[in-house]
Design a protein around this ligand. Structure first.
Ligand code: SF4
Length: 396
């Protein structure tokens, strides 16, 4: 597509969306061939303001609780799991779970992202007992398990999925993360994770959750072995199910992290690819209100730029993250840094709950925090007699 054709496509999509017409799959695919990234971003930004008219970006104070790394599935993209019997396998006991939830609560957080591997030693009763204990001990929200984990728990418990989900919900499961969405095309799933649910099974799982009143998020892991047509097919399946159930709270895309996986030869997706994929998803998924940045995989700076590419949410503070960090990606961010990044991009940081309800605007920064953290470190070093002109250390 030459520059003139790209401009004509952008103009046509802008006019269609202004009339409220949906983006067709063929047009979404054509937008992937458009290299005018600012123009794509402007289209997505318009969608973002339509859905979120206030200059606010939300985030949640939460923590990952990766309760077990034992997993028999052996997904090719996963560097986190250890097979059953491995000396490096672990399952958290109650003391460790309690310490981690206490830490979250002390930080003022409520969201516990409770996820792990498909561990043959853990049956339904273990989850029911653990969830009841957590919910009776702390006032937290259990954003827990994944389609693959729950399908497996149902399987080894010889129970139908809806009864398994109903029991987990009654024991305290609040919402289910959309993990394992990867790309909802069987050709891709058979390469990445042949032992896990195929596309129809993942969609049926989500449909069952939504029917039972359990809301979920949706995800996409792109940049591995899929084609651009298959990325569009993935978006189309999510949009179709959302039309049917309305049960997705959000959409969270991230790129495949090849380091330390069985596919290290795959080049890591670029920032350009992340931002164009985000923008096209924002335009296409007109029925999913929230799109979340993935600063864990993209880094804080790209995540900050994504706020002009359709993103309205900065995700969780993520006190602990194992799956992506096991693959070699080690971005971290504390709360003042997250709020600073949001403010510097021109938005007000607002704390939310797991259902994306606004809770409170973040407190105004102190004068020290109002200047950049890097600048503060420099001033601090000057005040303590560090050599004049010594370059400030970059903050993390
Ligand atoms: S991604 Fe999940 S299901 Fe796949 S190997 Fe890792 S822990 Fe197991």
């Amino acid at each position: 597509m030459n520059a003139g054709e790209q401009a004509a496509l952008i103009d046509r999509v802008r006019e269609q969306r202004a009339r409220g017409e949906r983006l067709a799959p063929a047009d979404a695919r054509a937008l992937f061939d458009c290299h005018d990234l600012p123009a794509l971003g402007a289209l997505a930004d318009a969608e973002r303001w339509r859905l979120w008219p206030d200059a606010e970006v939300t985030y949640v104070i939460g923590r990952n609780l990766s309760y077990t790394n034992v997993c028999w599935v052996r997904c090719r993209f996963c560097a986190f799991y250890r097979p059953p019997g491995s000396s490096e396998g672990y399952t958290y006991d109650r003391d460790l779970i309690a310490a981690k939830i206490d830490e979250l609560v002390e930080m003022g957080g409520r969201e516990v992202l409770f996820q792990g591997g498909l561990n043959p030693a853990l049956k339904l009763d273990w989850y029911l007992d653990t969830f009841r204990w957590i919910k009776s001990t702390w006032d937290v929200h259990l954003h827990a398990l994944s389609p693959a984990e729950i399908l497996y728990i149902a399987h080894i418990s010889s129970l139908p999925l809806d009864r398994t989900l109903g029991q987990l919900r009654d024991a305290g499961l609040d919402t289910v993360p959309g993990a394992g969405g990867e790309i909802l095309v069987d050709r891709v799933r058979k390469i990445l994770a042949p032992g896990k649910d195929m596309a129809d099974e993942w969609i049926d799982f989500m449909r069952t959750c939504h029917r039972l009143g359990i809301r979920t998020s949706s995800t996409m892991m792109y940049g591995s072995v899929e084609t651009l047509d298959e990325r569009v097919e993935h978006l189309d399946r999510l949009r179709g199910l959302q039309d049917e159930t309305g049960g997705f709270n959000s959409f969270i895309p991230w790129s495949f992290q090849p380091e330390l996986t069985e596919m290290p030869e795959i080049p890591k997706a670029s920032a350009f690819d992340y931002l164009r994929t985000l923008a096209i998803a924002r335009i296409y998924l007109d029925n999913i209100r929230s799109i979340q940045a993935s600063w864990v995989t993209q880094g804080p700076k790209v995540a900050q730029v994504s706020l002009r590419f359709g993103v309205n949410d900065f995700g969780s503070t993520v006190i602990e993250e194992n799956v992506v960090s096991a693959a070699g990606t080690t971005y971290t961010m504390d709360l003042p840094e997250m709020e600073r990044l949001i403010r510097d991009a021109g938005f007000m940081p607002v704390r939310r709950d797991t259902h994306y309800n606004r809770l409170a605007r973040a407190p105004e920064p102190s004068p020290d925090q109002a200047i950049s953290a890097t600048g503060a470190a420099y001033l601090n070093s000057a005040a303590t007699g560090a050599p004049a002109g010594m370059p400030p250390r970059p903050s993390r």
